[in-house]
Ligand binder design. Structure first.
Ligand SMILES: Cc1ncc(COP(=O)(O)O)c(C=O)c1O
Length: 439
C-alpha cells in the first residue's frame, strides 16, 4: 500500500481550491489571543476570528480547562430521553442573554444543523397548530445558511446551489438588499433600502400567506460579503411576517455573541425574531456546537401533544455533547466577565473610522461596517472575478502575516472581539498596503 503519511492528498478540503492549496499549503500549528502561528514559525494576526467564530481570542485557558475537565468527568451522555445538568444550565444562561421571550433552546452541532433544525421546527410548529398547509420556506438572495439541503435551498449564493440538483421544493426568495449606487460607503446601517422588505408582500401575493411557514434571513449577510441591513428594513420584515402569520427566523450564526456590538443582531437592530440559529461564537470555535432559540409559545405549541409522546422527532447523537456544553459555559463566562459585547460597542467607532480610511485607495468601490466587522469591495480584474481579492488574501497570508477572508472581490474583516486599537491600526494598515500593491 502507498505510504500516504507524508502527503496532502488524502484530505479532501472543504470550500478550498485543493490542487492550488496542496502546491503551496497554508498551515496553522498553534494560536494564542489575536494570533496564529504558521508552520514556518510566523505569527499571523487573525483578522477573521478563524471563520468568524473565535470571538474571545484563541486558546483561552478557561475554555481549554473546562473541556479537559469534562472529558475526564463525563465524556458522553445520550442525547435522547437522558440529560446532563450542564446542558440545562447552558440553556438557562443562553435564555438570559437572548431577547425576551426567546427562552427555549435546542442544541445541535453546527450552524448548518441549526438551520435545518429551525426550518423543520417552523414547519412542524404550523402543523402542530392545525395549519399544516404552511410548508413553504422563504429565503433571500445572497443569503448563506450553511451547506445542508435545507440551508442551500433557502440560501441565495449561486455557486453553493448549482451542483446539487433541484433542492427542496416549495422554496422562494426575496431580493437581496445590496445596491452600490444607493448605499456605497455607508457607515453602519444604510439610510436607503427599507422598502426592499416589501418584496416579501410580492411572494405573499404569489403563493398566499396560508402556504408560507417561515422567512429566514441573516440580520447582516456575512458570507456574501458583509451586507448591512438598511435602516427600517428588518422592522418592516417583522411587520409583514406578523401581518401574515409567517415565522421570522434570524440566522445569527455570525451576528450572535457580540459581533455587531450587542449580544445578538436581534438586540442590535431592535427586532425580535421567532426562531434564531446560533453556532460559531457559542463555544468560541473550540468545540463544534450550534443551537436554535425559539420563542416560548413555539415550544408550547408542541407541548399540546399527549403527555409521554416525543413532541419533536428531531435531534442528533451529539446534541448537547458534554464537551461542547462545557466549552460554551466557559465561553459565556468570558463574554460576561470580560464585558466582551460592551467592548465591541466601545471600539466600533474607532473601527469604523479605520476601515473607512481605505476609501480612497485604488480599486476600492465600497466599504461596509457594523460592530467589529467590515467588508471592503474591490473593482474586479476584467475577466477574472474574485482574482484581485484572492490575490490580496494570499499576499496578506504569505508576505504580510495577516489572515483575512474573501468572497468574490470582497475582503472581509471580522477579528476576535478582544482586539486592541493597535491591532486595528496594524490590520487596516497592512490591508491598505496589500490593496495598493494589487492595484
Ligand atoms: C449565517 C450562517 N449560517 C450558517 C452557517 C453554517 O455554519 P456551519 O459552517 O457551522 O455549518 C454559517 C457559516 O458561516 C453562517 O455564516
Amino acid at each position: 500500500m502507498a505510504d500516504l503519511s507524508n502527503t496532502l492528498d488524502a484530505f479532501w478540503m472543504p470550500f478550498t481550491a485543493n490542487r492550488q492549496f496542496k502546491k503551496a499549503p497554508r498551515m496553522m500549528v498553534s494560536a494564542k489571543g489575536m494570533h496564529y502561528t504558521s508552520d514556518d514559525g510566523r505569527k499571523i494576526l487573525d483578522g477573521a476570528a478563524g471563520l468568524w467564530c473565535v470571538n474571545a481570542g484563541h486558546c483561552r485557558q478557561e475554555i481549554a480547562q473546562a473541556i479537559a475537565r469534562e472529558a475526564e468527568r463525563l465524556d458522553y451522555s445520550p442525547a435522547f430521553q437522558i440529560g446532563h445538568p450542564n446542558a440545562f444550565r447552558l440553556a438557562n444562561e443562553l435564555a438570559a442573554i437572548l431577547p425576551h421571550p426567546m427562552d427555549r433552546i435546542f442544541f445541535v452541532n453546527s450552524g448548518s444543523e441549526a438551520v435545518e433544525t429551525a426550518l423543520k421546527i417552523a414547519i412542524a410548529y404550523h402543523q402542530a397548530r392545525g395549519e399544516g398547509r404552511r410548508t413553504r420556506l422563504i429565503g433571500r438572495e445572497k443569503g448563506y445558511h450553511g451547506v445542508n439541503f435545507g440551508g442551500i435551498s433557502v440560501g441565495g449564493m449561486g455557486p453553493n446551489r448549482k451542483s446539487f440538483g433541484p433542492l427542496l421544493t416549495g422554496v422562494d426568495h426575496i431580493r437581496h438588499t445590496y445596491s452600490r449606487q444607493d448605499m456605497a460607503f455607508s457607515r453602519g446601517q444604510p439610510e436607503w433600502g427599507a422598502h426592499l422588505a416589501d418584496d416579501l408582500e410580492r411572494l405573499v401575493l404569489l403563493h398566499d400567506a396560508s402556504t408560507i411557514a417561515a422567512l429566514i434571513v441573516e440580520p447582516m449577510a456575512g458570507s456574501a460579503g458583509v451586507i448591512i441591513p438598511p435602516k427600517g428594513y428588518l422592522e418592516r420584515l417583522r411587520e409583514i411576517c406578523d401581518a401574515h402569520g409567517i415565522l421570522l427566523i434570524f440566522d445569527e450564526v455570525i451576528t450572535g455573541f457580540g459581533r455587531t456590538g450587542a449580544s445578538f443582531g436581534a438586540q442590535k437592530f431592535g427586532v425580535v425574531p421567532d426562531l434564531m440559529t446560533l453556532a460559531k461564537g457559542l463555544t468560541n470555535g473550540a468545540v463544534p456546537m450550534g443551537a436554535v432559540a425559539a420563542r416560548r409559545q413555539i415550544y408550547d405549541a408542541f407541548m399540546d401533544a399527549p403527555e409521554g409522546t416525543i413532541e419533536l422527532f428531531h435531534g442528533y447523537t451529539y446534541s448537547s455533547h458534554p464537551l461542547a456544553v462545557a466549552a460554551a459555559l466557559a465561553t459565556l463566562g468570558i463574554y460576561r466577565d470580560d464585558g466582551i459585547f460592551e467592548r465591541v460597542a466601545e471600539l466600533a467607532p474607532y473601527w469604523e473610522d479605520a476601515v473607512h480610511s481605505l476609501r480612497d485607495l485604488p480599486t476600492v468601490i465600497d466599504i461596509r461596517n457594523i460592530g467589529l466587522v467590515a467588508g471592503i469591495e474591490l473593482e474586479p480584474i476584467e475577466g477574472k472575478p474574485a482574482a484581485r481579492a484572492f490575490g490580496i488574501f494570499l499576499d496578506c497570508f504569505h508576505e504580510r502575516d495577516l489572515l483575512i477572508r474573501t468572497t468574490g472581490d470582497i475582503l472581509a474583516l471580522s477579528p476576535p472581539l478582544i482586539l486592541e486599537k493597535e491591532h486595528i491600526d496594524q490590520m487596516v494598515g497592512t490591508l491598505g498596503d496589500a490593496i495598493k500593491a494589487a492595484a
